[in-house]
Design a protein around this ligand. Sequence first.
Ligand SMILES: C[S@@+](CC[C@H](N)C(=O)[O-])C[C@H]1O[C@@H](n2cnc3c(N)ncnc32)[C@H](O)[C@@H]1O
Length: 292
Amino acid sequence: MLVTHQQTVQEKVIHYFEGAGMDYGYWDPAFNMHFGYFRRGINPFSRAALLEQMNREVLRRLELHRCGEPLVLDLGCGLGAVSRSMALTEKRARFLGFTITPWQVSFGNELTKEEGLEDRVHLYESDFARLPLPGESADAVFAVESACYARGADKRDLVEELYRVLRPGGRFVLADGFRRHSRPLPRWLDKIYRRNMDCWALQELADIDRLVAALHECGFSHIQVEDVSWRVAPSFAHIPFVTLRFLFDIWRKGQLRNLDRERINNALAPALGMIMGLSRRHFGYYLVSGKK
Ligand SMILES: C[S@@+](CC[C@H](N)C(=O)[O-])C[C@H]1O[C@@H](n2cnc3c(N)ncnc32)[C@H](O)[C@@H]1O
């Protein structure tokens, strides 16, 4: 019964990412499918710079300089933009990306080839909670805005798989939106949250305390939880402009009337996400890292 439910959930995710896939190009032509990170010296009006900085922040926390030729796993890799960006900086590292969306594997591997990175970056089709890898085979693992797709409020299946595939001493980083608590939300916000989940084919965001408890219970150490909501906020401010440009383009092409549900949802979800982002008591964006 659980397997059937999980299959339906994953089919919905695949359907969403196949339907809305190319529209992520409006957010970023390099297909970084996540929010950006602001720090001093970065132009907050340059979305590309903010997105790239998020990749750098995740990379820095993986501490790859401690490894010789590290094998790094990118869980829920999308089209592999984060891995490609990291591979350009970390020339000794190899990256394996995993996504359940078959189209992302084929198109992402094509993009990788175009950048000449195919020797060090490869994407595979797999559920990140059941990776086709032996235990203790990875030096580092990260998941950027994909852990939210794992099951439950503590994302335990994913946390256990992280622990299994990491070698002792290996590090992980998760970058994602989280609930700050599991108490009931105000009714108006609960409606927005549920609609947002539906638009992005999500079941529920992780509860930060429950996720951290699961990390401890699995045996991770040096767990660091950083609330970076304000760092991410400048990239949220890009949402209305990107949405308007998308709608204008679709209207110009005469596609506005018969737009697929997935594409409408992909345009609507970030706007709802913005409202959730403003509800700081209930939601936050975190970087969570640690060591096996
Ligand atoms: C919002 S995208 C983020 C993509 C990428 N990390 C990035 O930042 O550009 C979420 C990704 O998670 C993947 N995903 C969702 N559920 C998954 C699962 N159970 N196993 C593997 N990948 C999954 C989706 O296919 C998609 O590629």
